[in-house]
Design a protein around this ligand. Structure first.
Ligand code: FE2
Ligand code: FE2
Length: 183
């Protein structure tokens, strides 16, 4: 694999792994503050970030050894409204800078599997940003979100509010590959 794409996959693996954990921690904060549905949103998205980390790691299967990995990752445990704002900012960085750049580099370097893994993450993060923005707006008013269900594709991580209507709209995985989180 080309060096720059491999480095980008490692960085993205680091970023997604940390987002996976950070959202779990922020889910617990939301739970304690009485935002049960926002907690479920954090847990569903945490699961999606695990899918992305796993996908990036799988694409790197032939790159072995230890590497220092630099990733953009948010820190801090604030109140839920602050954590939602932090989540929106993190997702927007991935949408506006990180994943388009990584995806274009992979395309230029003809690394098809990496390009697909970055595309799956990029398109999913757009949904995450929308969901966290709704959660932030609710938390700012000291309200919980009113999502009924959130689904996550176990293949590509695609996340959406509601019930899946059939195949995954992002990767085409069958309905049985989609996990539904009840809120
Ligand atoms: Fe995300
Ligand atoms: Fe999918």
């Amino acid at each position: 694999m080309k060096d720059m794409t491999a480095a980008n996959l490692r960085s993205a693996f680091g970023g997604e792994s940390q987002a996976h954990m950070r959202y779990k921690i922020w889910a617990d904060v939301a739970e304690k503050e009485g935002f049960a549905n926002i907690a479920k949103l954090f847990r569903a998205v945490s699961f999606a970030e695990q899918i992305h980390a796993t996908s990036h790691f799988a694409v790197l299967k032939d790159v072995t050894g230890a590497f220092v990995v630099t990733s953009m990752a948010g820190f801090g445990i604030g109140r839920t409204k602050d954590n939602c704002a932090g989540a929106v900012a993190g997702e927007q960085f991935e949408i506006n800078e990180m994943y388009p750049t990584y995806k274009n580099t992979a395309e230029f370097q003809a690394e098809k599997n990496a390009e697909r893994s970055f595309l799956w993450a990029l398109e999913t993060e757009k949904e995450h940003a929308k969901l966290f923005l709704k959660a932030k707006e609710a938390a700012d008013k000291k309200q919980d979100t009113s999502f009924k269900k959130i689904y996550v594709c176990r293949v590509c991580g695609y996340t959406h509010e509601g019930e899946p209507e059939g195949k995954c709209p992002l990767c085409g995985a069958p309905r049985e590959k989609i996990e539904v989180f009840e809120c």
